[in-house]
Ligand binder design. Structure first.
Ligand SMILES: [Zn+2]
Ligand SMILES: [Zn+2]
Length: 321
């Protein structure tokens, strides 16, 4: 039984951010980065991401200030996905991540499903959708869809797509007897797996094994499956990404691109991205022990990695760390 709240690599930045808030006394000081979080020196007016006194810079992902950052160049892919450019700390992008994994860990959102910001914070507006987003639930494989709770409850939606089974990762959001109701009225099977969108939740250890078993059983019976959670951003996208990586043999980058293309905004919880990445790393090491990522990178001739590599060296030559 894994212990809650001991994801060391993902918890570190969060704790440090808390300490930084406490030290500065206000969120404004941190957001505006008026002072360096490492040496507490005053920053120049036009500089918010780099301290000329101690040469620390600000992590693009967690906001933590440190030296020893690495630069992730903007990578544009042919399908429209792109990785954000910036300095990242070793806890957000582990040093052993290949360039493709760096790009996957920095992959930016493509579009918004929800009209407001975070669905959890939207109050009465939490059901209003962004009208310009592609129709949902989105198809990732011929039998596998990813969506949110609204896609499950909307009458006729599952039937139109031929979906016969639903894997719900947000049982806290729907009635306990939803499984019976769905089966009796619409002939759709529902399995609930408890998962939390919290950065300290071990999704790969606690939610993935039962989710995988349910998906594998439905796959064998030829059912079309919808994986859903409340927003369709973190829990459901993690499970779909893990299925693609573990059971379909996709690379981590390909799977991240697939869920991002499907949902627009996927895995904003960086702890979940790192947990899935660790699963992929273990698999890759087990399959091809030596220098495997070099072989994998050669499969992407059109991905502009060569020019991003050049930009990386250029940025190293012009930047202080
Ligand atoms: Zn400093
Ligand atoms: Zn970071």
């Amino acid at each position: 039984m894994p212990k809650r709240g001991c994801v060391a690599a993902s918890r570190g930045p969060a704790l440090r951010r808390k300490e930084a808030y406490a030290r500065n006394g206000s969120a404004l000081a941190l957001a505006g980065a008026l002072r360096c979080q490492q040496c507490n020196g005053q920053l120049p007016q036009d500089e918010r991401n780099w301290c000329p006194a101690c040469w620390a810079s600000r992590c693009k992902i967690c906001g933590w200030w440190t030296t020893g950052m690495r630069f992730v160049a903007r990578t544009q892919f042919s399908d429209g996905c792109f990785a954000l450019e910036g300095w990242v700390c070793p806890e957000c992008i582990p040093p052993s991540a290949s360039r493709h994994d760096q790009a996957a860990l920095c992959l930016a959102p493509l579009f918004k499903i929800w009209a407001q910001g975070r669905r959890e914070d939207s109050g009465f507006n939490c059901w209003s959708r962004n009208s310009s987003a592609p129709p949902q639930p989105a198809r990732v494989l011929w039998w596998l869809f990813v969506g949110d709770l609204g896609d499950v409850l909307a009458p006729g939606k599952l039937e139109t797509l031929g979906i016969g089974a639903v894997l719900s990762l947000c049982p806290e959001r729907h009635a306990e007897d939803l499984a019976e109701i769905l089966l009796d009225t619409r002939g759709v099977e529902l399995v609930s797996v408890v998962a939390w969108g919290d950065r300290n939740f071990h999704i790969t250890e606690e939610a993935w094994p039962p989710a995988r078993a349910a998906l594998a059983a439905w796959r064998q019976r030829g059912r079309r499956v919808l994986v859903n959670c409340w927003r369709g951003v973190n829990r459901s996208c993690s499970v779909v990404l893990l299925w693609l990586v573990v059971c379909e043999g996709w690379t981590f980058l390909d799977a991240m691109r697939a869920v991002t293309l499907a949902r627009g905004t996927a895995l904003t919880n960086h702890s979940f991205r790192l947990q899935c990445w660790r699963v992929w790393r273990e698999l890759r090491l087990a399959r091809r022990p030596a220098c495997a990522w070099r072989d994998i990178e050669q499969q992407y001739p059109d991905d502009d990695i060569a020019s991003s590599d050049l930009r990386w060296w250029q940025s190293r030559a012009s930047s202080p760390t």
